[in-house]
Design a binder for this molecule. Structure first.
Ligand code: PAF
Length: 283
């Protein structure tokens, strides 16, 4: 496995290949990332992963500086999973000058849920993903890029970006990996204390309970009331929830009318102590 830092080195390593399978990450890898590498690998002729903590997607008060940087451990895990090339640019490699050209997702998708509570987040994500795609896939007839469904809205934003810019890239969405209690694996779980790790699974339990209550209601359920109850129940346990909500899988808008047979996803974000966790369940 090769570890490269510059775009030129990356392109040199990829020049004899035709279909990269690419897993972009911010490092501090867990089993969810490794599962994505294993799923993506057979779909391309070279497997590439990037490790880059992208300043553009963090607000000034967020955890950019403290985000764990564990390149050696990450590289060892990627090598064991069969990754061929790790692209670990320094900031000056990816942003040699301030990134003034940016990708702005449409507000109906980019400014709701995560985009509402983290303004500018999806501009930062779309911009770096577009740039990473151009580093990895430029000149390639086709490629595959894998993202985890834990970041459900992110996958939808990236899919729409790929579609609207006609990029020849297939997007693979990997299932969320969970611990034995149901807690979705996330690099940010590393911020949690032992006691908080126990409690953290309650987010997925709350989403499941909300989804089941919505499905069980006859006719058109009063979703705002069910969502408010779910939010209060989590707040009573000491969480600071941003949202717990039932949405259409198609476009993440609130469903109208009866829910029978409509593909839904229940999404949530809440702070436990100082750590903001997100999760979702397709119902
Ligand atoms: O999901 C992530 O880790 C990041 O948002 C991504 C896609 C690597 C872009 O920085």
């Amino acid at each position: 496995m090769h570890i490269v830092h510059t775009v030129a080195e990356l392109r040199e390593k990829l020049k004899h290949f035709k279909r990269p399978a690419f897993v972009p990450t911010m490092g501090n890898l867990h089993d969810g990332h490794i599962a994505l590498v294993r799923q993506a690998k057979p779909l391309g002729d070279v497997t590439v992963s990037s490790i880059f903590v992208n300043r553009l997607q963090f607000a000034p008060h967020e955890d950019f500086d403290s985000y764990p940087r564990t390149l050696d451990a990450d590289a060892a895990r990627l090598e064991a999973a069969g990754c061929d090339v790790v692209f670990a640019p320094r900031e000056k490699d990816l942003y040699p000058e301030p990134q003034t050209f940016k990708v702005h997702p449409a507000s109906d998708l980019g400014d709701i849920l995560e985009g509402h509570f983290r303004p500018g987040f999806f501009i930062g994500v779309s911009t770096v993903v577009m740039k990473l795609f151009s580093c990895v896939f430029a000149g390639m007839p086709s490629g595959v890029a894998a993202f985890g469904k834990k970041d459900y809205q992110q996958v939808m934003v990236v899919r729409r970006m790929v579609q609207q810019f006609a990029l020849p890239i297939e997007i693979l969405a990997g299932e969320t990996q969970r611990d034995a209690n149901g807690l979705a694996l996330s690099s940010r779980n590393g911020y949690l204390s032992e006691a908080q790790l126990e409690e953290a699974a309650q987010l997925s339990h709350a989403l499941r309970a909300l989804g089941e209550a919505a499905r069980a209601a006859s006719g058109t359920p009063d979703l705002p009331a069910l969502e408010a109850q779910a939010l209060q129940a989590l707040a009573r346990r000491g969480w600071k929830p941003d949202y717990l909500t039932v949405r259409l899988r198609a476009d993440l808008q609130p469903p109208q009318g009866p829910l029978a047979d409509v593909p839904l996803v229940v999404l949530g974000a809440a702070k436990l102590g100082n750590t903001r966790l997100i999760d979702n369940l397709e119902m």
